[in-house]
Design a protein around this ligand. Structure first.
Ligand SMILES: O=C(O)c1ccccc1NCC(=O)[C@H](O)[C@H](O)COP(=O)(O)O
Length: 195
């Protein structure tokens, strides 16, 4: 199971996520209490070994802004959250980075429909830590897709059983307060997924 820990802003939590076996780590570069600047994201991404995918998360920014920020951060992947048009993915393809499309369950759930490499099916409100009806998407996306939205160490196994995703993505569920990650919760989330 592929695991992405999102919304990291402190070196300590990048190191914990990597040590605990995360496959991907995300840096939010859009309006959010978790927002980091491209230069901060670059510092954090530099701490990750090459086998860990570093992801810049955007929502609603013009594609040129996304391109510049992703380049400055040196991330390996761009995650476009919400209703970005297909043309945005096409425009970013030339960067040769992994493209991630993150949408709620009422969107087109065919993995690769927008030429993305990875699909995330999330709650209606991104990064809000709100559980939703995970079972409703079971069997709809296929291939490389991650379940997100309201996951935490206590419910992730149940969520995986319900939706049967290829991987999972978490942010709020490994925080002690909004935007404040916790190393013990990051470890416990990865333990719960791997056990
Ligand atoms: O984290 C945010 O604040 C955020 C803001 C705007 C767009 C995306 C955002 N986060 C994206 C993520 O990948 C989250 O990990 C995902 O939505 C799951 O969040 P949570 O329900 O808090 O685990």
């Amino acid at each position: 199971m592929f695991v992405k820990i999102c919304g990291l802003s402190e070196p300590e939590h990048v190191e914990t996520a990597v040590e605990a076996g995360a496959d991907a780590i995300g840096f939010v570069m859009t309006a959010s209490p978790r927002r980091v600047t491209p230069s901060r994201a670059a510092e954090l991404a530099a701490l990750a070994p090459s086998h860990v995918l570093t992801v810049g998360v955007f929502m609603g920014e013009p594609v040129e802004e996304v391109r510049q920020a992703a380049k400055a951060a040196g991330v390996g992947a761009i995650q476009l959250h919400g209703r970005h048009p297909h043309a945005d993915f096409t425009a970013l393809k030339e960067l040769d980075l992994t493209l991630v499309r993150a949408v709620a369950a009422d969107a087109d759930l065919r993995t690769g429909a927008f030429d993305e490499d990875l699909l995330i099916v999330d709650a209606p409100r991104a990064g809000a830590g709100e559980p939703w009806d995970w079972a409703a998407v079971r069997g709809r996306p296929s291939g490389r897709w991650l379940l997100a939205g309201g996951l935490d160490p206590a419910n992730v196994r149940q969520a995986v059983e319900a939706a049967q995703p290829w991987g999972v993505d978490v942010s709020s569920g490994v925080e002690v307060a909004r935007g404040v990650k916790d190393s013990a919760l990051i470890r416990s989330f990865l333990r719960a997924v791997r056990s």
